[in-house]
Design a protein around this ligand. Sequence first.
Ligand code: UDP
Ligand code: MG
Length: 350
Amino acid sequence: MKLVSIVVPCYNEQEVLPLFYDEIIKVTDSMKKEFPELEFEFLFVNDGSKDKTLDIFRSLADRDKRVRYISFSRNFGKESGMYAGLKNSRGDFVVVMDADLQHPPAFLPEMYRYVRFGEYDCATTRRVSRKGESKIRSWFARKFYRIMNKISDTEIVDGAQDFRFMSRQMVDAVLSMSEYNRFSKGIFSWVGFNVKYIEYENVERAAGTTAWSFWGLFKYSLEGIMAFSTAPLAISSLLGILTCIIAFILIIATVIKTLVFGEDVAGFPTTICVIFLFSGLQLFCTGILGQYLSKTYLETKNRPIYITKETEDIYRKNKALRQKAEAAEQNAPETDEKNSEAESGSDEDE
Ligand code: UDP
Ligand code: MG
């Protein structure tokens, strides 16, 4: 038998989770008919949701023994959610997908066909359109991929997604990269392996709203660049060298000019401009340096990528304990009454 773990990071997904569960059960049931060797486990990750996501996990775990979940102590971000899911998965194959049905479960059989006999180590989807996304967002996304691929050795495919059907070997490779600043698109690409891209048209979210703001995406893309490229550092060094050369030429020119034409106080505006320009440049380059330093600082602290608060195991144990305690309580009142009767009786005697 081959076990497939389906990892789903969730943040405030109460609206879409029931739909997702129905859909994934439909697809996995039909897959079991087509590929009798398959078994499934569903590993949900609750990334500190503020709605009823965790309650839905609990009721799914009550209903379906194959449902497992990890609930974080707070919101750690999707990257942490995926890492936790991969780390706790037990399958020979692991699927990572979003809960919002933007990663259609209907692709799973096709994906499995590619990885089934090890021809590919990973099957993933690639959106060829960004239908339903705002124009500005798409423009920035395209520019990001363009820049990223220019300045980084790790190739990041435009439109590649975190919807992946992976072999255990690839999952272990991804897990071996235990860095704190996680940029999965880069990590999945960095580990190599044979990857099959299945192209498809973008699907809009089934329900709920995206947790990504434009600013959030912008910061995430900067993080991606810094995690997989040191080009900004090189650019700042280059700027430094360039300005040194300009300064050197200016110094010689100024000295000659002073020797030939004598000293005068004109040129004040130029001086101010030059001072502003170069202090700006210096601060900019120090800032880039600082960004890398801060990343290094966070990495050296070696903080955990996520913190678990509850799992289906803890939940089931607590539930059994509660039921036991409640049963004991139901028996208890009678004995309490007897005790109090006995006590009042003894009072009368006195
Ligand atoms: N998600 C998460 N933690 C977060 C934000 C998002 O686990 O802090 C999950 C979310 O529940 C969903 C997936 O990541 O399953 C993708 O999120 P979303 O649909 O909001 O992003 P988009 O599809 O717009 O990129
Ligand atoms: Mg989505």
